[in-house]
Write a protein that binds this ligand. Structure first.
Ligand code: TRP
Length: 451
């Protein structure tokens, strides 16, 4: 058997894992759900969910990966034994990777399209009323959606083909610092805008009146999604770690980076919106309609727009890489395939699974027809299925296994190896045993309408 690949350095692992976490979820979704839930109180609830629920699950995932040195299904087989039902948790993760990456790639494709439009100067010479039709016509175009979906999956495959340290790690080392620089440029601009103070008040002024129970659960679900949990992505990345790396310390760093980027993205978007007298609660069109309008009217907007959309693309790419890596690494482990064969097959299949999502805006077949059936188009159904059911279920399995089933000696050993944070062990285990499962079960009860 081939020797397992490893990261070249601790920083490389942190950048790759932070790259997985920082994605469209941070820059596209977090600001708009914060807007819809009225800011302030929602942000506080989100931070609590991240620290008390997300962080413990991340530690568990990385720990399972590192202690078994295997992709999700292999990891559960090593721990729970051949034929154990726990192995299905691993395959659930692969299924989630398929479902999420297939529609994630479509949104990433829109970001590529807007990067292209902004680089070619096609976003600056429009009047405000033209931006909504611009987005709508792209959304409805099968050709554009399929082309950019293919380009994006192709880019993701190109990186994963390179392997763990020469592909994933190398590109994370390039894309993540670039992403941080792009964010700083945009933040500096946002800081000079009139709307900055209002944005600070919106984000950090504590108003409880807008927050609903449903909003709190949305925060919890989003914490999972944003930290890339419940699918085995962190597990897989953890499996490329060597034994002397500090899991707890790394998880804190990754979580802090992810949260900082989500807040920074909001502090870029809201000042822009408020300065141009636009609403915070606009839903998914926020980055593709309102923001381009604002850039078209802003001094320097012609240069800032490509930076912003490039940022979206970079963030999406490092996240997509982690999702494809879950599938690729499972195919390699499960069938002793070469990385090349596994990547080409996984990427090709995910492209195919994404076709209905790419066509959701433009064809009745995957748009209105299935909307008539389940109340959502194909794209939204995949998002709903994965975020509300598959990821929480995966997270629940990982938490329950680690807290209630895993061998105490292995668990304790791996938590402590390389870590100075030994006093966190007890509280981590306590959260994982009780708070995490209860929180996840609440997500389910909410999804079926009981809470
Ligand atoms: N965390 C990424 C984002 O915020 C998305 C993502 C990447 C993800 N890998 C994942 C979500 C694994 C769940 C599971 O956009």
């Amino acid at each position: 058997m081939e020797q397992r690949a490893h990261w070249g350095s601790r920083l490389g692992f942190i950048l790759a894992a932070a790259g997985s976490a920082v994605g469209l979820g941070n820059i596209w979704k977090f600001p708009y759900i914060t807007g819809e839930n009225g800011g302030g109180a929602f942000v506080v609830v989100y931070l609590l969910c991240v620290m008390l629920v997300g962080l413990p699950v991340m530690v568990a995932e990385i720990l399972i990966g590192r202690s078994t040195q295997g992709s999700p299904a292999r990891a559960f087989r090593t721990l729970a034994g051949k034929g154990s039902p726990w192995i299905s948790m691993g395959w659930l993760g692969v299924a989630s990777a398929f479902v999420i990456l297939s529609y994630y790639s479509v949104v990433a494709g829109w970001s590529l399209h807007f990067t292209y439009l902004s680089l070619t100067g096609n976003l600056v010479n429009l009047v405000p009323a033209e931006f909504e039709p611009l987005f709508e016509s792209m959304y409805a175009s099968p050709g554009l959606n399929l082309t950019w979906h293919a380009v994006f999956i192709g880019l993701t495959m190109a990186v994963v083909l390179g392997g763990v340290s020469k592909g994933v790690e190398r590109w994370s080392r390039i894309l993540m610092p670039a992403l941080f620089v792009m964010m700083l440029i945009l933040l500096a601009k946002a800081f000079t805008l009139d709307g900055f103070d209002r944005a600070v008040d919106f984000m950090f002024g504590f108003r409880t009146d807008k927050l609903t129970g449903a909003g709190a659960l949305e925060a919890l679900g989003h914490a999972f999604f944003s930290l890339s949990l419940g699918m085995g992505a962190m597990l897989t990345y953890g499996s490329y770690l060597r034994k002397d790396d500090d899991i707890m310390g790394a998880s804190i760093t990754i979580t802090a980076l992810d949260t900082a980027v989500a807040i920074a993205a909001s502090m870029i978007l809201f000042p822009i919106l408020f300065t141009h007298n636009m609403e915070a609660a606009q839903g998914p069109g926020l980055v593709f309609i309102s923001i381009p309008i604002a850039f078209s009217q802003m001094a320097g907007g012609a240069y800032l727009a490509p930076i912003f959309f490039g940022l979206l693309v970079f963030a999406a790419l490092t996240s997509a890489i982690s999702m494809l890596e879950v599938t690729t690494s499972s195919f390699i482990d499960g069938n002793s395939w070469s990385r090349k064969k596994a990547t080409l097959l996984a990427g090709g299949l995910i492209f195919l699974v994404g076709i209905p999502s790419a066509l959701s805006g433009g064809t009745a077949l995957f748009g209105s027809n299935i909307e008539g059936l389940v109340g959502k188009n194909w794209f939204d159904s995949f998002d709903y299925l994965a975020t509300n059911w598959m990821l929480p279920l995966g997270g629940l399995g990982i938490a329950v296994y680690t807290a209630w089933r895993m061998n105490e000696a292995i668990r304790h050993d791996h938590f402590l190896a390389g870590s100075k944070l030994r006093h966190f062990y007890k509280i981590w285990l306590l959260l994982l045993k009780f708070l995490v499962p209860v929180a996840i079960i609440l997500i389910f009860l909410h999804a079926i309408g009981l809470v």
